[in-house]
Design a protein. Structure first.
Length: 140
């Protein structure tokens, strides 16, 4: 029998996922981490990216997070995300539009924009599109 860890993925708006999993993969600040049951306690910032929850050998659920915190206890993983979306629910058109607007803002040399905000928006949109692309590749 495979050991499992309880996983909670929560955004500012609502709980996105709560259940048991064999493994959790998350985009921690210093790189992707893989977490299984009895993992050492850990707290880390999350970068924008994909959180994958391996529920079983045949089921993996993907989520996009825009950043946040990851807390790991031996039998509990909590993802506190600024924004969390199931990968299958990502609006590709909105992500492409956000990417185009952020790229346009970064090219504006008038100094009327906040470059850090525009870069964060671009990274967020790119990570959403990457998560959607990975989901499509796994499905085919």
């Amino acid at each position: 029998m495979v050991m499992q860890v309880h996983v909670d993925i929560v955004s500012a708006e609502k709980e996105i996922f709560s259940g048991l999993a064999e493994m959790v993969f998350a985009p921690a600040e210093l790189g992707e981490v893989g977490i299984s049951a009895r993992h050492a306690p850990l707290i880390s910032k999350l970068n924008p990216g994909e959180v994958r929850v391996k529920v079983s050998d045949t089921e993996t659920q993907e989520f996009f997070v825009s950043g946040g915190l990851l807390e790991v206890q031996p039998h509990l993983v909590t993802v506190l995300a600024d924004t969390a979306i199931r990968a299958k629910d990502i609006d590709e058109a909105a992500a492409l539009d956000a990417k185009a607007k952020a790229e346009e803002a970064l090219e504006d040399k008038s100094g009327k924009i906040d470059y850090a905000t525009a870069q964060a928006q671009l990274a967020n949109a790119m990570m959403q599109l990457r998560a959607l692309d990975r989901l499509r590749k796994r499905a085919s």
